[in-house]
Design a protein around this ligand. Sequence first.
Ligand code: N01
Length: 502
Amino acid sequence: MTIAAPGSPNSGETPSPVERSPRRALRFAVIGAGMSGILSAIKLSEAGHTDFTVYEKADRVGGTWRENTYPGLACDVPSHLYSYSFALTPEWSHLFSPGPEIQAYFERVAAEHGVGDRTRFGDEVLRCDLVDGRWNLTTASGHHDVVDVVIAATGVLHHPRMPEIDGMDSFDGPAFHSARFDHSVVLDGKRVGVIGTGSTAVQITGALVERVAHLSLFQRTAQWVMPVANPAYTDDERSGFRAHPERLAEVHDQLSQAFSVFARAVVDADSPELEMIEEACRANLETVRDPELRERLRPDHRAACKRLVISPDFYEAIQHPRAELVTDGIERIEPGGIRTADGRLHELDVLIYATGFHADAFMRPMEVTGRDGVTLAEVWRERPSAYLSISIPGFPNLFMLNGPNGPVGNFSLIEVAELQLAYIFRLLDRITADGHREICARREALERFEDERLEAARRTVWVTGCRSWYLDDRGVPAVWPWSFERFREVMAEPALSDYELS
Ligand code: N01
């Protein structure tokens, strides 16, 4: 594998060790060995920050892609874009490659860079306490570490959300959340219930409908579905990429441009780009042959108000003779299945909860105590916030990748993390080169950022009238409400006046 020259467009913009030459050596802890943690380990080494440990609660790398193994799992960002810019690969099988292939990619990149050797697996960080300007970490095994800098690469969607439905414990058969898929359970020829109609449920439905005796999909809210085909790359295409690796960067950049258009659409509810997406979704719905089913599948909100579901085959799957869309509300779960409000018992052998995640947990339940004994639990009591989703006032030298209110929209979170990490490295220059010990965002900077974010959020499609995991307890979208171009600009150079150095 070739690593692009640092500073080149594909390097993630990390300056080379030669350019950097840190004057003060820092010790780092990276928490999490998912996509962002692997990235952090690789880039820290490249930048000459060799004194670090990655902490991972599980027994292998991969994060989301390790934990989600449900049938039909894929990423809704094209694989050539959902790749590290420094580890583009010609080998992707599909435009949207399946989950196991993505997990294998992360394992391979991590192995090639020796990330596993720097990782303490099976040891969850329980506490981070700021003591005399350094972070004291305590893990579940009782291990202690003292570091200058913490990078929380703990992911966004990793705490499964189970619904509260009467009788859940009474179900006779196997029941599990989509992110805890029990592969020991036989699904072939069984009556399977799936609760939810988000991206996960849609993928599971497409993958299972041919295998099961009957699939009941319990829909509380209909979703708009954007039909994007998922062609396989041919052997010739892959050979072409191998022979001309420069094409990989071109494809990556083209896809990034295309996604920027999508990103512009969702942050401006009146944009022509959004109108095009809505049109495509409406046309897709028209392909449903039974008018009664079509109306039950028709959402009462605008396309992309909820996280847009991308699927080339969901409507075909739900029209399959063995599939049934259940739109009567769930009243309770009984030993034999799900009883809906119309009194009907939907008899089931297996129940899958595709009911989403606690999207506001981030690094919690880890306990973090910053300056003056103030805890993260106190600061985030109402809801999580961080300046540019990276730095929390009062918690110096603790940085988050894909933290709260960041660009989780429909961007490649890899591109987001690469830009954020390069930005964090620029902040670290201030404490390695300028003789300071600590850096963190000023409170006023966070308040200004939050005011601006709330104002911009009013124009987005996410506030046009739907319930979604993007919305916080006030109904404000907990996401970046501007274009991706703006995110790139902001990440290009920290406004140091927004930071407190000591
Ligand atoms: O979860 P969700 P997800 N009774 O929160 C329903 C990423 N992802 O796992 O809409 C009945 O979107 C709930 O109903 P409602 C992606 O960012 C990506 O599907 O609230 N139903 C909803 O339908 C995605 O957005 C990929 O009315 C209940 C569903 O459960 C994010 O993960 C693949 C209920 C939850 O949908 C989360 O997706 C998979 C109840 N009590 C995931 N409680 C790709 O890259 C909840 N629901 C393709």
